[in-house]
Design a protein around this ligand. Structure first.
Ligand SMILES: Cc1cc2nc3c(=O)[nH]c(=O)nc-3n(C[C@H](O)[C@H](O)[C@H](O)COP(=O)(O)OP(=O)(O)OC[C@H]3O[C@@H](n4cnc5c(N)ncnc54)[C@H](O)[C@@H]3O)c2cc1C
Length: 418
């Protein structure tokens, strides 16, 4: 049997593995976490609307019925494309076909020291850290009697006005500030500020102008102050500098930049300026037609010379395409060019509001939000997760009471911090 190694079981890797598992192939999946996470709903874990298990599933459990699929936990550090080997936890694994689907990390545009003051949201760990950071801030503000000192804990700053930044700003304003805060005695909604900062002239820069304007209006209704055309020049433990203004905040979140996972560098193939591998029309690297890079880790342009967006449908369709090549053992010449079927993109702004383009049709408001909810439930993996998320949303929609507000991981730090 041919050996296939898949590095990364996110949207792209998992899709490829699910298809390939039905063929006579020896498949090894390696991931540095033991779970697949549905990243589009991470912001709801970070803002206490959902619980981690609602949007994650153990990779091993997806393949429990498939004896030809082995799942290994660990981080691949090096790929030797000449020897066709993957270096992993001190051992080497050989492959006939390799699929690299390692996604992307945050990019702080060379200011890596900002990360400790402004965490980004990519993994479940990030979401849990952010959640505790927000909950801790509210607890600290509740105990602080000096209004100047207290304000730092009640200012929320989100840097980056793309979909993740917009969704975080809306959810913090609505879930954290409008709802959770009512359980406190000394702090109120009117004491809080939420800022969304975008360096470009509009939020959701990749969306049509009309939808960006709708999103802006919706955020304003949620009392989010949107700062456009301004770059953040400093982030430290006190807060951030934007233009000539300094905003004191202990809640700074980064949603501004991405770069490919560092593993891509070790491939020794050509990369673009964000570190993604430049792949050919069949998503293979130019040095080897049986090494594929897919999803956020790949740099690939469409007919109009535009990069494909870093979104889940692109990764999933690429996973499916590559699986087809491998399962049919197609060689370079018989491979058709990868074509993306663009079904659209969506972003939500709090409860019952969203914007999106679906099959070329612009949607906003409640209709967009219903479409957004339906699509997200549909693509969640596992019936139990679909049911749980739906139940949580209905409960929250009716009661306005998000449930998951535990501070546990940093309990000791909490005592010294407050
Ligand atoms: C907060 C957030 C919100 C988003 N919202 C949306 C949305 O609404 N709609 C949408 O379409 N897209 C959205 N996206 C983008 C979408 O999630 C990504 O485009 C998609 O996950 C990319 O899939 P992938 O397979 O390339 O990588 P990922 O899904 O990121 O998977 C990468 C996997 O590789 C593993 N890995 C990484 N490095 C290694 C290594 N060295 N060794 C072993 N394993 C490794 C990781 O643990 C992970 O499991 C969002 C992303 C984020 C972060």
């Amino acid at each position: 049997m041919k050996k296939v190694i898949i590095v990364g079981a996110g949207f792209g890797g998992l899709t490829a593995a699910k298809i390939l598992s039905r063929f006579d192939l020896d498949i090894t999946i390696i991931d540095k976490t033991n779970h697949f996470v549905f990243q589009p709903l991470l912001y709801q874990v970070a803002t206490t609307a959902l619980s981690p298990a609602d949007i994650a599933i153990p990779i091993r459990s997806v393949f429990s019925e498939f004896k030809n699929v082995e799942v290994l936990l660990g981080e691949v550090k090096l790929i030797d494309k000449e020897k066709k080997k993957v270096m992993f936890n001190g051992s080497e694994l050989e492959f006939d076909y390799l699929i690299i689907a390692t996604g992307s990390n945050h990019s702080y545009f060379g200011k890596d020291d900002w990360e400790k003051f402004a965490p980004g949201l990519k993994t479940m760990n990030d979401a849990l850290k952010i959640r505790e950071m927000i909950l801790l801030s509210l607890e600290t503000a509740e105990k602080e009697s000096d209004p100047v000192m207290r304000q730092k804990y009640l200012n929320f700053v989100i840097i980056g006005g793309g979909p993740t930044g917009v969704e975080l700003a809306g959810a913090i304003s609505e879930i954290v500030i409008d709802n959770i805060i009512h359980d406190f005695r000394n702090i109120t909604t009117s004491m809080t500020e939420v800022y969304l900062i975008e360096a470009l002239p509009k939020i959701l820069p990749s969306y049509p102008d009309k939808l960006s304007s709708h999103a802006l209006e919706d955020l304003k209704k949620l009392r989010v102050e949107v700062i456009l055309n301004e770059k953040v020049s400093e982030i430290n433990e006190r807060g951030i500098k934007v233009g000539d203004r300094f905003i004191e905040s202990s809640n700074v979140l980064w949603a501004a930049g991405n770069q490919a996972s560092p593993l891509i560098k070790t491939l020794g193939t050509e990369t673009d300026k964000t570190g993604r591998a430049i792949v050919r029309n069949d998503l293979s690297i130019k040095e080897d037609e049986n090494i594929f890079v897919i999803g956020d880790a790949a740099s690939f342009k469409n007919e109009k010379d535009e990069f494909f967006p870093a979104i889940a449908p692109v990764a999933m369709q690429q996973g499916k395409y590559v699986a087809k090549i491998i399962s049919r053992n197609l060689s370079g010449k018989s491979r058709k060019k990868f074509k993306y079927n663009d079904k659209g993109t969506m972003a939500t702004i709090g409860k019952a509001k969203a914007v999106g383009v679906v099959k070329g049709v612009k949607l906003w408001g409640l209709i967009a939000w219903l479409a957004w909810s339906f699509i997200h439930i549909l693509y969640l993996i596992g019936f139990r997760n679909k049911l749980r998320v739906m139940a949580e949303w209905i409960w929250y929609y009716i009661t306005n009471r998000p449930g998951i507000r535990l501070i546990v991981k940093y309990a000791n730090d909490t005592l010294t911090k407050i």
